[in-house]
Design a protein around this ligand. Structure first.
Ligand code: 6K6
Length: 138
């Protein structure tokens, strides 16, 4: 199973430690193609590499992926774009939204029947959510 993990970069790095933890749980189910999303050295300023190179590399990884798992609590244009591309490519899609953060999830995600959205409060709930998703899509 090739897993594309998506999380905010230029949209803001407040949840980067959480992304790293989710990526480590995802390792139980397959290869995470985008481990860099959890890298604590990546800042929202995005000075490493040209945007064009990043875009080309990520779109190619997304094509290779079997599914996409996105942490969507911190809103990110890039993650929203990746989700739409994943939908067009027919990939299985799981979004994770942390209700305890007090944010509002876009209706473009919450209202999309092609996207499974799991609402959670804390990290301890993630293993069960992933287990359910990969039992259905493994
Ligand atoms: C270096 C420093 C900051 O960013 C970088 C390199 N940038 C990226 N590297 C890899 N993937 C990226 C980068 N920027 C965006 N992405 C992709 O878009 C990731 O797959 C994320 O899921 C998503 C984040 O989008 P933004 O709009 O929050 O940046």
């Amino acid at each position: 199973m090739k897993i594309y993990f998506a999380g905010s970069i230029r949209g803001g790095r407040d949840d980067k430690a959480l992304y790293a933890k989710i990526i480590s749980v995802l390792g139980k189910y397959g290869t995470v193609l985008t481990e860099h999303v959890g890298n604590s050295d990546l800042t929202e300023r995005g000075e490493d590499g040209s945007s064009e190179d990043i875009f080309k590399r990520d779109m190619s990884l997304l094509e290779k992926a079997d599914c996409i798992v996105a942490e969507v609590t911190t809103p990110s244009l890039g993650v929203g774009y990746e989700l739409r591309v994943a939908e067009t490519l027919g990939k299985a899609i799981l979004c994770l939204f942390r209700e305890s953060a007090g944010k509002n999830l876009s209706a473009m995600i919450a209202g999309n029947k092609k996207i499974k959205t799991a609402y959670y409060e804390n990290l301890e709930e993630i293993p069960k959510i992933l287990e359910r998703f990969f039992t259905e899509h493994g």
